[in-house]
Structures are given as structure tokens and as C-alpha cells.
Write a protein of this length. Structure first.
Lengths: 303, 277
């Protein structure tokens, strides 16, 4: 039996040869980091001096770390600000581009999708130009609106440096950036729905609204769930956007511009608290995992 | 009645076109700002066309910044990363699809998939430590290798290979005396090509635009990539803003032009994971 196993392995030596380059790199840059990071979450280490075992102290510190909770709160608020409008927009665009009678579909799709492939640093710089308090286009347009409707009392807004406006400004940028991505996923989902359903519904006399409610939305549920999980992960670990807009967390509106991704990065590579950062990363990965499971459950109900 | 419907359909294009303009506007603003004079960029009221067209911004950005070197670095890193990742993923993906009786195959594959759930953020510090130990910080390798063993890529390649490569073809090649690696090169790779193109595009987007990892592992000016150079130019206040805009155009437009040419592959690359996964 034992000999049989070795013989079978030898017979399939090409299989192991073919997967070994992948697994070699995977072991060094995937598996080992995973375990090492778990170990690091129980130690204190700055990368240079000796590693000091501290047990659960990192996790206890997290409970008293105000900035940690601020970053979670900011992440939550930013997510709630941009994900709903993004979803609605993406779905409406996808519906429109799925309608056969819309012309120039390729052009529209390209226009909505192009932000996805633009370097985030460029996006952030262009938006900071548009948001600029003096000389920015957005404040200029708002000023024009204010002249037409003086009762609104519109003043120039410090989009990127005020506590109140940083998050909405970021949310606008994120909607612009990610709507096209979700639209493309939803469009693929819509195209996967067999037209037979709609034909049958039409014969039964179902109206536009009924077809949407009883066919499109239920069948799109897996795509929505996928988009929701991607958005959740993207929001929690978002980095480039906030990093550039707040100039590394140093500029911008102070702590109200720090989300979890930026806080994790700064704890790791500005403060060099490798142990504490690892425990935060693992805690967050666990929370995201739980949240993803909750979202996945939505996929199953009503079947 | 039919005419009424026709008119309604034409009108339905209007909001869509409006939104498309709104989404396209930051690109327009980026593009014209790169050709503006510095004083014109922040001028009020804002002007929607450069006057005069400062083509010399692009000459100056070549002379006064590290953009040429950064462009070269970005191309080397993107090329190396994509080539390596495609090789690893297609070879292993094919093996997982077409050697069904190899002992441990399913367990190994399930294991790779399980690690897909773990976010990159957890790996940042240890990966950096590993690179330090290998003396690979501030080299191209630090950007090319770590994310090349991509679980998503192997999953996708396996799926595609299982559906599209016929066993008869492989068996015939074996009887003809092809070595296993020749089978991979001459039979498997040509079939996998569409999927590899789509996966390659996703990988290019990610690595070309990557800022965080570049910021961590690239330390000297001669190694900087485009996003990093632009970020640093933006951070230091002495760089003229029109040059930052010109550099941004240089960093952005290669991917946009590639996208406009290969739109189908791009969309395939983005959706493949979602629909099958």
C-alpha cells in the first residue's frame, strides 16, 4: 500500500514538477507570511531589535486604542456614503447597456469603466485639483449656483481639509472610481439571464416593474452579493485614495480622514509596530470574514 | 404610437450621455491641465481650453523629473510580473486540471483556494521581512515576485483548462513522443491564450497602478515606478503643478489606449472571476 502510493506519486511526477514553481513562490510569499504574521500578533517588534513575546497584550491594547476605533468608524461612514449610490448607479447603467436599443453601448461602457484602470494616485491628484478650496472647479460651480439661489448661502468648501467635508469628497471620488467596475459585473450578470424568463413573463402579462421584481432582482442576487463583498473588502483595506488625499495621513483633516487601511499602513511602516499591526490585521481579517459570511447568507434566502 | 416610442428611446440616451460626460470629465480636466501654463491651472474662472497650448510641459517633465526612468521601471516590472504570474498560473492550473489521479491533488487545490480568503494586508509585514532577508528590497524582484503566485489566477486557469483542453489531444501528443513540457508549450498554452490574455490584463492594471507596495519596497530614485514618482512629486511642494499633470498623463494613457483597443479582453478579465467564482 505504502509502496503503491510512492509509485503513484512517481507516475505523476510531472504533475508535481508543474505545480512546484507555483508552490515554491507560494510557500515563500504566501504561506510563510501568513504564519509569521500570526506569530507576530503575539509579540512586540520594530523589525530591528529583538522580538519580545507579549501574549495577548496587542489584542488588549487594541480595545483601548482610540485611533483604531476612529479608523473603523471612518471606514464604516465612508462605506455607507459611497456604496449605496455606487450600487444604484452601477445597476442603472448596467440595465441601460443591457437594453438592445441603446446605441453606442461600447462607448458608454468605456466612459464608465475608464476610471477603474486609472492609477489611483492620478485620480486623487486630479480630484484634489477639482476640490481645491481656492481656484477649484467644484467650488466655482457651487459659487455659480449660490449666485442664482442666494438663499442657499453657499460658501467655498474646504473639501479636503475640513472634518465635515472630507468624507463626502472621498465618497464622490470613490463613486466615480468604482461604479464602472460594478457596472461591468452587473452587466455580465444581466446578460447571463435567459430571455426565456422574460418572454414567459410577458405572455403571462407581467409589466416592467413585475419583471424587474420577480425575475431580474432575484436572479441578480449572486452578482449583488459578489459586488457587496468586493466593496466591503475594498473599503476596509482602501489605501491609495486616502493616502494621497491626506498626504500620508499627515495633511488633510487629521484623524477624520484615516480609515483602517491607512491606519494599518502607518502602524506598520511609519511607527514600525510590526507586532501590533499584525494583530490588527488578523483581527480585521476575521471581522471581514464574518461580515462576508453574513452577506453570503443573503444569497440563499428565499430559494 | 411606434413613433412616440422611437422618440422616447432617443430621449433615454440623454441622461446616459450626461452621466458619461460627467464620468469622462476628470480625464478631460487632467488632459487639458497638462497643457496649461501654471497660472492658468488655478485661474478663476476656470478655463476649459489651454491658452496657449504648453507642449513644452512634456519636454520639461522629461528634463526636470525622473519620469523616463520611472516609465522604464514600470514597464520592466509590469512585464516581468505578468510573464512570471502567467507562467506559474498556467502551468500549475493545467496540471490541476489534467492530472486527475495525482495523489493529493484535490487537497492541494483546496488549500490554495482557502488562502484566497486571506487579505493581502495580513501579509504586508512578513513579506517585507522576507524581502529584507533575501536582500531584494529596492530591486525589481521585490515588485515582480511576491504576488506572482496568484491563487485567483491558478483557479481561473484550471477552470479554463478543464473546459477547453481535450484529453484526446494530450494523449495523441504523448503517443507521438512529446515530452510533458512540450505538451504544455505546444498544446496547452495556445488553448489557454484567451484566458491568459484576460488574466494578464487584470495583473497589468494592478501592478501598473500599484502605489502602496512600491512605496514600501522601492527606496532610491532610480527604482521608482510611475505612481510613486507622481506621488512624491505631488508631495514635495517645489514641483510645478503643470509638470505633475503632464507626468500623470504619461502614466495614465498607456493603459487607457490599451483598454480602448482590447476592450473585450479587459471586460472578460474583470468579469471572469465574478461569474464563475
Amino acid at each position: 500500500m505504502r509502496q503503491g502510493l510512492w509509485r503513484r506519486i512517481w507516475e505523476h511526477r510531472h504533475f508535481y514538477a508543474f505545480i512546484s514553481p507555483f508552490f515554491l513562490i507560494f510557500a515563500v510569499f504566501g504561506l510563510y507570511p501568513l504564519l509569521f504574521s500570526l506569530y507576530l500578533s503575539f509579540v512586540q517588534w520594530d523589525g530591528l531589535t529583538e522580538i519580545k513575546w507579549v501574549g495577548l497584550a496587542n489584542f488588549q491594547n487594541m480595545l483601548h486604542d482610540e485611533l483604531f476605533f476612529t479608523s473603523l468608524w471612518n471606514t464604516l461612514v465612508i462605506g455607507l456614503l459611497y456604496i449605496p449610490p455606487m450600487f444604484v448607479g452601477a445597476f442603472l447603467f448596467a440595465l441601460a447597456l443591457n437594453a438592445g436599443w441603446i446605441k453606442l453601448r461600447g462607448m458608454f461602457r468605456a466612459a464608465f469603466f475608464m476610471p477603474v484602470i486609472t492609477p489611483m494616485v492620478v485620480v486623487a491628484i486630479v480630484f484634489s485639483l477639482i476640490y481645491s478650496q481656492e481656484g477649484g472647479l467644484l467650488n466655482y460651480v457651487l459659487g455659480g449656483v449660490g449666485e442664482v439661489f442666494p438663499s442657499l448661502k453657499i460658501k467655498p468648501i474646504a473639501w479636503l481639509t475640513s472634518d465635515t467635508w472630507f468624507k463626502p469628497a472621498l465618497a464622490i471620488l470613490l463613486v466615480w472610481r468604482w461604479t464602472g467596475y460594478n457596472m461591468v459585473l452587473m452587466l455580465a450578470g444581466l446578460q447571463g439571464i435567459s430571455t426565456e424568463y422574460y418572454e414567459a413573463a410577458r405572455i403571462d402579462g407581467a409589466g416592467l416593474f413585475q419583471r424587474m421584481w420577480h425575475i431580474t432582482l432575484p436572479l441578480m442576487r449572486p452578482v449583488f452579493v459578489f459586488c457587496a463583498i468586493m466593496s466591503l473588502i475594498g473599503t476596509v483595506y482602501m489605501f491609495d485614495e486616502v493616502f494621497v488625499l491626506t498626504q500620508g495621513g499627515l495633511g488633510g483633516p487629521g484623524v477624520s480622514g484615516i480609515n483602517f487601511g491607512l491606519y494599518l499602513f502607518n502602524t506598520s511602516f511609519a511607527d514600525f509596530k510590526f507586532g501590533y499591526a499584525s494583530s490588527m490585521a488578523y483581527t480585521m481579517a476575521f471581522l471581514v470574514f464574518l461580515a462576508s459570511l453574513l452577506i453570503l447568507r443573503l444569497r440563499k434566502t428565499e430559494n | 404610437m411606434a413613433r412616440y416610442k422611437h422618440r422616447k428611446r432617443i430621449l433615454a440616451h440623454l441622461p446616459l450621455a450626461g452621466m458619461a460626460c460627467l464620468f469622462g470629465f476628470p480625464f478631460y480636466w487632467l488632459f487639458i491641465s497638462a497643457f496649461k501654463d501654471k497660472s492658468q491651472i488655478f485661474k478663476l474662472p476656470p478655463e476649459f481650453l489651454p491658452h496657449p497650448w504648453m507642449f513644452e510641459n512634456f519636454v520639461r517633465v522629461f528634463q526636470e523629473t525622473q519620469i523616463v526612468r520611472a516609465f522604464f521601471n514600470s514597464v520592466v516590472i509590469a512585464g516581468g510580473h505578468v510573464a512570471l504570474a502567467l507562467f506559474l498560473c498556467s502551468l500549475a492550473g493545467y496540471a490541476f486540471a489534467k492530472f486527475p489521479r495525482a495523489p493529493g491533488r484535490d487537497k492541494l487545490f483546496a488549500f490554495v483556494l482557502a488562502t484566497m480568503m486571506i487579505p493581502v494586508a495580513v501579509m504586508l509585514i512578513p513579506t517585507f521581512v522576507v524581502l529584507c532577508k533575501l536582500h531584494a528590497v529596492n530591486t525589481y524582484w521585490a515588485m515582480i515576485v511576491p504576488t506572482a503566485a496568484n491563487a485567483f489566477g491558478i483557479f481561473w486557469m484550471r477552470q479554463y483548462a478543464a473546459q477547453n483542453i481535450h484529453n484526446d489531444l494530450i494523449d495523441a501528443a504523448r503517443i507521438d513522443g512529446c515530452t510533458e513540457f512540450q505538451i504544455y508549450r505546444r498544446i496547452v498554452v495556445p488553448v489557454l491564450k484567451p484566458a491568459m490574455a484576460a488574466l494578464g490584463i487584470v495583473l497589468v492594471i494592478n501592478i501598473w497602478n500599484n502605489l502602496m507596495w512600491a512605496f514600501i519596497v522601492l527606496r532610491t530614485e532610480s527604482m521608482y515606478t510611475l505612481p510613486l514618482v507622481i506621488y512624491l512629486l505631488h508631495g514635495e511642494n517645489r514641483t510645478p503643478f503643470e509638470l505633475i499633470m503632464a507626468a500623470s498623463v504619461i502614466a495614465t494613457f498607456p493603459l487607457i489606449i490599451a483598454f480602448l483597443i482590447f476592450q473585450k479582453n479587459f471586460i472578460q478579465g474583470i468579469t471572469a472571476g465574478a461569474i464563475k467564482g
